[in-house]
Design a protein around this ligand. Structure first.
Ligand SMILES: O=C(O)CCC(=O)C(=O)O
Ligand SMILES: [Fe+2]
Length: 259
């Protein structure tokens, strides 16, 4: 993307900035596409991908101010907002960044000069299938959650009314999201550990730093529950308890087409 295009995108999302310098600063900070973001496949779970450096700190701050400007969270009792259909401009922009972060990664979309076999091999390992990535719109449902320290979300599989291919962008506090495989005979035990008859069920912790993007499709979306338990003792990463602050997340999904 050249500088002119970057400026156009910024102007369309954030309006005209007051000074040239401010605009230049923003242009320099919009580097999602150029930096060739790093994608990690969570090897234990088919269809689960993490892009840790999806949004730069500047872009995280801009996204948070766009959310705050919506005025959804004015009282302490309001900690979740949902939108269906026409999404706010900043959420549409975020959706296109998600597309770009995949398409502009050399890992998944090789140069056209490469032979078709290489292309197919790489496409197979892509964070979203071609079909999901290019559906229109990519997302038409939005949830913004604002969690105070100690608050999280219990283990669940997202409702079947939503299509495959779900994105979660994390802002502010880092957290650990735990994934457990759905098994009909599994019981959710009180100590927070999910066990299967006779054996310990696998729980996969995934660290979500601010600015990261999680993509779930296929097994990750349908066969694994995800949860964020921010009660004391559960948010431990590399032996250290994470210092909890407010955490904001943006979840983007697509409603299934009525049959
Ligand atoms: O807040 C998050 O990171 C996850 C939200 C979520 O899983 C949901 O709203 O279904
Ligand atoms: Fe969810």
């Amino acid at each position: 993307m050249d500088e002119q295009e970057q400026k156009l995108i910024l102007t369309s999302v954030f309006g005209d900035s007051s000074s040239e310098t401010e605009e230049e600063d923003l242009c320099n900070s919009i580097s999602v596409v150029e930096k060739n973001p790093n994608w990690d496949r969570v090897k234990e779970i088919q269809g689960l991908w993490l892009c840790r450096d999806f949004l730069s700190p500047e872009r995280q701050a801009l996204l948070l101010s766009s959310i705050e400007r919506e005025g959804w969270f004015t009282t302490a009792s309001h900690n979740q907002a949902m939108r269906f259909g026409d999404l706010p401009e900043w959420a549409i922009e975020l959706s296109s960044f998600i597309r770009e972060a995949i398409c502009c990664s050399d890992e998944f979309y090789p140069d056209s000069c490469e032979d078709p076999t290489t292309y197919q091999d790489k496409a197979k390992a892509c964070p979203l299938s071609f079909e999901l990535l290019w559906r229109e719109p990519l997302f038409d449902q939005l949830i913004v959650n604002m969690y105070q320290p100690g608050e999280g979300i219990c283990a669940h599989v997202d409702l079947m009314r939503f299509d495959d291919g779900i994105a979660i962008v994390s802002l502010e506090s880092a957290c650990v999201m735990h994934f457990t495989r759905v098994k009909s005979e599994a019981c959710d035990c009180e100590d927070g550990e999910v066990k299967e008859e006779g054996s310990h069920m696998m729980m996969v912790p995934v660290f979500l730093p601010p600015g990261s993007l999680v993509l779930m499709s296929g097994e990750a979306r349908y066969l694994w529950k995800h949860e964020i338990n921010r009660k004391p003792g559960f948010q431990v990463w590399e032996g250290h308890e994470i210092n909890q602050r407010r955490r904001t997340s943006v979840t983007l999904r697509k409603l299934c087409q009525p049959k």
